[in-house]
Design a protein around this ligand. Structure first.
Ligand code: SF4
Length: 360
């Protein structure tokens, strides 16, 4: 049975027309499944009984089950979800000063095989459906509300499991649902899609539904990049830069260049100089990501001093540069550590039986 959360508002309008209903019914349904968080069609009390019955006979409203909730002492919360086919995905809620950010998954596993990433080690299993992407937001909002959190969930970053642009069609639909003013109403500037640099797909996203873009460059030369990211054999940094320059800027925002700091590999003076050559004068921001060590990954984290020197060098050349604070390390929620470790560890009817594990 098709899940009604897979539909954009435009698709719902076609659906209600086919059911012989006026277009405003689509708006009502859309409002129920986004803002009002309806869990059944029976709750939709402003719809006629006959329509509610028809919808419940033909569509599902179900959400993936929450398998596990883990919370780090730094406030990072990892949610693991059980999908219909018993695959598991993860999302991470990150507390910020005046809001929450949600890091969302778009695939089960990932085909990109980046050498520094545990999701990449899982290999690719499948793309997430639209409702599976949206459900992560629904659950996160519900979770924060139930906890009485006052700060809003304001930012969504597509940086969880998977390469978002490899699931382009479902990603764009999910973005449309999240950004729609009659729905979740997230500002496009606060929806960030991260990619290792799928050129054709970046262009399509820019054309069809531009949001904030983050490109995971991670190395300043093709030679170094090839040792870290297999897709670098297909697309050069020069080609990536060309599409980044063409990508529409939302409210004059800057494209983020994600750059992983690996000891003695990407944290050298040579790399810093190359980055300046590449980006000086461009409307970008470099986000330095300190590597999060893991026994299964053959890299080391640079010292704090080295990372600060690297940042200072870029700043001294006029490049806006930040260092990302590592969060959620103790619950395997940090960048590159999402891997659905509880795969196949099943709980029936999760919301009543969810586990909350506080670590640290
Ligand atoms: S870093 Fe992103 S694109 Fe690369 S393997 Fe991990 S999830 Fe996939």
């Amino acid at each position: 049975m098709k899940n009604i959360r897979d539909f954009t508002l435009e698709e719902l309008e076609i659906l209600v027309k086919d059911l012989g209903e006026p277009p405003y019914r689509a708006h009502q349904i859309f409002h129920w499944i986004t803002c009002k968080g309806a869990q059944s069609f029976h709750e939709m009390t402003n719809l006629p009984n006959a329509l509610r019955k028809k919808l419940s006979e033909n569509f599902s409203l179900s959400l993936p089950e929450v398998l596990e909730i883990k919370e780090d002492l730094d406030g990072t919360i990892k949610l693991a979800f059980l999908l219909e086919d018993e695959e598991v995905i993860e999302s991470v809620i990150l507390p910020e000063r005046d809001h929450f950010t949600l890091c969302v998954s778009t695939q089960v596993g990932c085909a990109m095989g980046c050498k520094f990433c545990l999701t990449g080690k899982m290999g690719f299993k499948r793309n997430l459906k639209v409702f599976e992407i949206i459900s992560q937001v629904v659950w996160a909002k519900r979770f924060l509300k139930n906890r009485g959190e006052e700060l809003p969930l304001r930012n969504i970053v597509f940086m969880g499991m998977g390469e978002p642009l490899a699931n382009l069609r479902n990603l764009i639909k999910a973005l449309k649902i999240l950004a729609h003013p009659m729905g979740f109403n997230f500002s496009r500037k606060r929806l960030t899609v991260s990619t290792v640099g799928l050129i054709k797909e970046i262009e399509i996203l820019g054309r069809e539904f531009p949001v904030a873009l983050a490109v995971s460059l991670h190395a300043p030369t093709d030679e170094i990049r090839k040792t870290l990211i297999p897709i670098a054999y297909k697309y050069s940094i020069k080609e990536i830069l060309q599409v980044v320059k063409r990508f529409p800027r939302i409210k004059n925002g800057r494209t983020t260049i994600e750059y992983l700091l690996l000891k003695d590999l990407t944290d050298t003076s040579f790399c810093a100089e190359k980055l300046v050559e590449l980006f000086k004068g461009l409307p970008i921001k470099i986000n330095l990501i300190p590597f999060n060590p893991h026994p299964e990954l053959p890299f080391e984290r640079p010292s704090e001093k080295r990372m600060e020197e690297f940042q200072k060098f870029l700043l001294s050349h006029g490049i806006l540069t930040t260092i990302r604070k590592s969060k959620g390390l103790k619950i395997s929620a940090a960048c590159g550590h999402l891997r659905a470790e509880i795969q196949k560890y099943l709980f029936p009817n999760s919301m009543n039986k969810k586990t909350t594990i506080r670590t640290g």
